[in-house]
Ligand binder design. Sequence first.
Ligand code: ASP
Length: 384
Amino acid sequence: MKDITRRKFFLGTFLAGIAASARGALGAAIPEGMRLPGISPQAAAKSARPLIISSANGVNALGRGMDILKSGGDTLDAVLAVVNVVEDDPNDDSVGYGGLPNEDGDVELDASVMHGPTRRAGSVASIRQIKNPSKVARAVMERTNHLMLVGPGALRFAQAEGFEAMILLTDRSRLAWLAWKAQTTKNWAPGLDSPEWKEKLSMILDTPERLAWASHIRDVVLRPPTGTINCLAVNQKGDISGTTTTSGLAWKIAGRVGDSPIIGAGLYLDNDIGAAGSTGKGEENIKIAGGHTIVEMMRKGLSPTDACLEALHRVARNYNNDKRKLDKFHIFFYALNKDGVHGSAALWEKSYDGKTRSRYAVHDGSSARELECAYLYEGGSIED
Ligand code: ASP
């Protein structure tokens, strides 16, 4: 305990709704007794087609997807166009290139796709060296007789399909990993006999440019982040596709797979009903098969927002609604139905920073904007 406190001290020193909609999916009334409480701050979303939504980190890329939808393109092309921007972005450390690595310093990515009109799916898990795992998931779907490939087999398949293998660590994510190691073990820091003994992180952040990353690195070391992009789209005709792509939980054990590549958890859709996805603590989502749960709730008449809240109630029920445990993680659900009604709900009112509201991103044809999520509990998670 003392040692942990001391390590945190070093790091600090040196790095200084109540359901809103009265009508459910496809216009059906929500069955009495099915609506569970949560806090939904905005009026029920109007329906619009085409429509594309994502986790908040996709807001600047949604326009690309909408352009494809407006020009009559395929919904899977649209959602992939959005997430590929984030996968390619070295400054987004939760997805693709620049994603934070596992505890060994290897970036391992998970992704899934579903294509509503052809009722197909594909996914990859723990794939290394390929910056667009969502595209590989699509290739699994379109070019194999399988649905899911993992680890070295997924990499070999990707290379056979012409994907370029590359180093996915950026300078910043590598330094964040070294800082995490310096914090968690004495071995990756100067020894007692070193003049730099107390300055282990200044050894890592040794240039003004690197020092500028200090606050970001402090955050990701002290609160290992999760992060992902989920994107769902419905076109003019009512066809639906979705994708979820992630580098998973920072500093995870090699081989850990989250919910993002699990069809029925991080992503699920039925072209007759709607689509759902998730970001946040994947383990909690897998236990309730959140994506599938939400689509089935929409089938029974719940609105997307209510269905997301129902999934959150199941997550909370797994801990007997004990907020002292639930505040150790965060989780978001996103959904749209075939009519183009959208919704999202988060376990906590506040986002990861504990200050701003939990949000998701929507483009309904006019502009991309962030909207506040409904939520189950006020306040924010405190995460260990
Ligand atoms: N859901 C992802 C996972 O558990 C991480 C995240 O969304 O933050 O791998």
